[in-house]
Design a protein around this ligand. Structure first.
Ligand code: PXP
Length: 245
């Protein structure tokens, strides 16, 4: 079976925040994505600095959406409380650094293991599935299981960055090893960051890959062809690669 596409719509909010206008509306984009039939769920990242998605976006999308909602977040206390109140289907815990352009690395589960474990337990008690965003590294996979997560999302940023260069094969191999470790630990496997129609294939082809969280490339492509077509292109790229394996 092909992995499922979860579209991350943060950058619809980025366009809106760039001008402080009410448009483009994140909820309208989420409903268009839902109606397209190309996605299995919607992801939004409520960052601590609120640079794109706002609390109201999370609430409006959660209230109107029928598809599962993946609430991407750090372990900041106010955001954890907000997520516990909204009870999304899934939360993805990520590290956040104020000055970063985007989520630059996976969680450091040696340094922040206690806080991540506490946040994971709190969300799970509220009935939320918890996925940890980690670098494709066997130790991080093992720590995720020890911490009590049921899902991991492998960070594909280094792979995407290396795409088209001689180091791409090595980066893909890191993903393959981490994915095998996740399967061995009984963890459900997600992946995302920097994926495009061109580079998604080998990631979609990893055995037992569940959800691919893809945002920037889809929203950027939607500027030219519309959201529906951009989603169709990505869904097709995922299906094509998975059916070749
Ligand atoms: N997964 C996680 C955990 C992320 O932080 C992001 C970026 O917000 C994505 C997936 C999607 O990355 P991109 O926008 O590059 O597709």
């Amino acid at each position: 079976m092909s992995p499922q596409l979860y579209v991350n719509l943060d950058h619809v909010a980025t366009l809106r925040q760039a001008r402080g206008t009410p448009y483009p509306d994140v909820l309208e984009a989420a409903l268009l994505a839902e109606r397209s039939g190309h996605v299995a769920g919607i992801t939004l990242h409520l960052r601590e600095d609120r640079r794109h998605v706002q609390d109201r976006d999370m609430e409006r999308v959660m209230a109107a959406l029928r598809l599962p909602f993946n609430y991407e977040m750090s372990c900041a206390a106010d955001i954890v409380a907000h997520a516990v109140r909204l009870r999304p289907a899934q939360a993805t815990l990520v590290p956040e650094r104020r000055a970063e352009l985007t989520t630059e690395g996976g969680l450091d589960l040696d340094l922040h293991g206690a806080l991540v474990a506490q946040t994971t337990a709190r969300l799970q008690q509220a009935g939320v599935l918890v996925s940890l965003f980690i670098d494709p590294d066997v130790h991080a996979v093992q720590r995720s299981r020890e911490i009590g997560a049921t899902h991991v999302e492998l960070h594909t940023g280094s792979y995407a960055h290396a795409w088209g260069t001689p180091s791409a094969a090595r980066e893909l191999q890191r993903l393959q090893h981490a994915a095998a470790a996740a399967r061995a630990e009984g963890l459900a496997l997600n992946a995302g960051h920097g994926l495009t129609v061109a580079n998604v294939g080998p990631v979609a082809a990893l055995p037992q890959m569940n959800d691919l969280n893809i945002g920037h490339a889809i929203v950027a492509r939607a500027v030219f062809v519309g959201l529906d077509s951009a989603l169709a292109e990505m869904a097709e790229a995922i299906r094509r690669s998975a059916s070749n394996t």
